[in-house]
Design a protein. Structure first.
Length: 162
């Protein structure tokens, strides 16, 4: 009976070993495949690790505190400029909020357009190049020329009375 049990156990062990040998063979095959892939891609892996080293070295060289302080300073300067920009007593605030100043600028622009038109129509009134001729008297221009009215620089007549 011992020899029968021994034979049964041996047969079971043989079946188990044959099955395990297949799994072991597959594991070895997979390990060989991985090793082959590593060997084939060794240069790429080396390049990747080299690039990672360079990148981490660059990060290590960064002075984060200094960068933060510089950024904080720039933000503070921007806040100061923005506050000055929004201040109604500042130059830009007055320009944005003072209707009289706007009207004066508009009136000045219109008068400048009128002067330029008058110079264009009556250049002799402003520049005398005649050696012996007499100066021609023309009435000053009181309204802009039609082509000036259509220009992108013409500003509607101001209501400030200027």
């Amino acid at each position: 009976k011992i020899s029968e049990a021994l034979l049964t156990t041996t047969a079971s062990l043989n079946v188990l070993m044959n099955h395990q040998n297949g799994a072991l063979a597959q594991t070895l095959k997979n390990a060989n495949s991985i090793t082959g892939n590593l060997a084939a891609n060794n240069e790429k892996i080396s390049n990747i690790t080299s690039n990672l080293e360079k990148t981490t070295d660059k990060f290590a060289q960064l002075d984060i505190q200094k960068t933060y302080l510089t950024l904080d300073s720039a933000i503070n300067h921007f806040k100061v400029a923005l506050n000055q920009f929004n201040n109604p007593n500042g130059t830009f605030g007055k320009l944005m909020n003072d209707p009289t100043l706007y009207q004066n600028l508009a009136s000045t622009g219109n008068k400048l357009n009128l002067l330029l038109d008058d110079i264009r129509l009556h250049p002799k009134r402003y520049i005398n190049v005649s050696v012996f001729g007499k100066k021609q008297k023309n009435e000053p221009l009181l309204i802009p020329l039609p082509d000036t009215l259509n220009s992108p620089y013409y500003i509607e007549k101001a209501t400030s009375g200027n």
